[in-house]
Design a protein around this ligand. Structure first.
Ligand code: SF4
Ligand code: FES
Length: 374
């Protein structure tokens, strides 16, 4: 293995499993209730950041759960800043207040990504599972800009908001976002549980894609717009994580180190923990990071496919969740022998009409996580 092909660039620090919101498309593992009492201390996170710098990582993303739940968030941001990282924080925004933002800005945070569920208050609160969360997010956006922190907005797209994508884009622009990510739901974690109630139709995706292209022109030079096509509807899979163990690593709130934030759901792999190993050793020598590194592990048809250096056979998590084999060709690919699974899902789970009871989601909360584990 040539080491220069696998240099870590970006570290995702999932600081906590706690979150005041309950979005049914959360990509966190549904099993988090079993790990929530075992979160890393401030000192352990500082050690993670120091080791990440030694490893050559340049960017640090703080997320959760909700990173602002942590009382030491300012300390961790300051540590990242002092170590020379570019740092970003992904937040639901409902815990933001002016004093906290000032501290965060002063500690050296480079940008914030604020999640918004919808452009309409009632629908946004229905998805977040928390009343008045919409109002708090709007105020958070205002305060972020007032503190002169670059603002990115993330909206997860699904069956219930995709038809209003133009309205959502205009809404994000009215909030002053510098960047808007329209992220079609990826079906891992809680989103997989709720897939039947979230998956849009192909026609909805096509229309939304056209609207997003028009909006890119309209907001050119003012707001960058990213529209990510869901791979259930594209012929080839996404180059997930830009390749397993290639540039990204995630440290979960309990210290588990992952090549991808959803990888814990690959039950056939065990993952190392920062409590008992160094980041450097985990990156270069752990089984978890080496298992699907590069393309040598790929079966046919990927083995002899010219696209394998573009998409690396797709997503390992999706391959495992849909076929029970994490090394398999991602079923999203039209050449995959398992592609019929995706076709069946689209046919069975995506009625042309959206019945109203379709909004009875399984929300991401501790009670549901415990029930699912029992
Ligand atoms: Fe990608 Fe494999 Fe499909 Fe080729 S066969 S496009 S490498 S997933
Ligand atoms: Fe884990 Fe794609 S989401 S590898």
């Amino acid at each position: 293995m040539s080491r220069s092909r696998f240099l870590p660039f970006s570290l995702l620090c999932e600081l906590t499993f706690h979150c005041p919101l309950q979005c049914p498309y959360c990509s966190n593992s549904t099993h988090y209730s079993g790990w929530i009492k075992n979160e890393l201390s401030t000192e352990q996170w500082i050690r993670v950041l120091r080791e990440a710098q030694k490893l050559g990582i340049l960017q640090v993303y703080f997320s959760g759960g909700e990173p602002l739940v942590r009382k030491d968030i300012t300390t961790l941001i300051r540590t990242a800043h002092d170590l020379g990282f570019y740092s970003n924080m992904s937040t639901g925004g409902t815990l933001i207040h002016k004093e906290l933002l000032k501290e965060i800005k002063e500690a050296g945070l480079d940008s914030i990504q604020l999640s918004i569920q919808d452009s309409r208050p009632d629908l946004a609160d229905q998805i977040s599972g928390v009343k008045k969360s919409f109002e708090k997010k709007i105020e958070a956006a205002r305060l972020i800009l007032e503190c002169e922190i670059p603002l990115g907005i993330n909206v997860v797209i699904h069956r219930h908001n995709i038809d209003r994508i133009a309205e959502i884009i205009d809404f994000a622009a009215s909030l002053g976002a510098h960047r808007l990510e329209l992220a079609n739901t990826q079906y891992y974690g809680w989103a997989l549980l709720n897939r039947k109630k979230l998956l849009p139709s192909k026609q909805q995706i096509e229309k939304a894609s056209q609207e997003a292209s028009k909006a890119k022109e309209k907001y050119k030079g003012k707001m960058e717009i990213l529209f990510v096509i869901p791979d259930y509807y594209s012929p080839f899979p996404k180059p997930c994580m830009q390749g397993w163990g290639k540039i990204y690593m995630t440290v979960s709130a309990d210290g588990t180190v992952l090549p991808c934030q959803s990888a814990r759901d690959i039950r056939s792999l065990s993952f190392p923990n920062i409590r008992s190993d160094s980041l450097e050793n985990i990156w270069w020598n752990s089984e978890a990071f080496n298992k699907f590194r590069g393309t040598d592990f790929l079966p046919e048809p990927c083995k002899s496919c010219p696209r394998k250096e573009i998409d690396f056979g797709g997503c390992r998590c999706q391959a495992f969740l849909l076929t029970s084999d994490a090394a398999a060709t991602d079923p999203a690919c039209i050449y995959s022998p398992h592609h019929h699974i995706i076709e069946r899902i689209i046919q069975e789970e995506n009625p042309a009409e959206t019945p109203s009871e379709d909004k009875k989601f399984i929300y991401r909360n501790l009670k549901n996580s415990k029930t699912l584990q029992a």
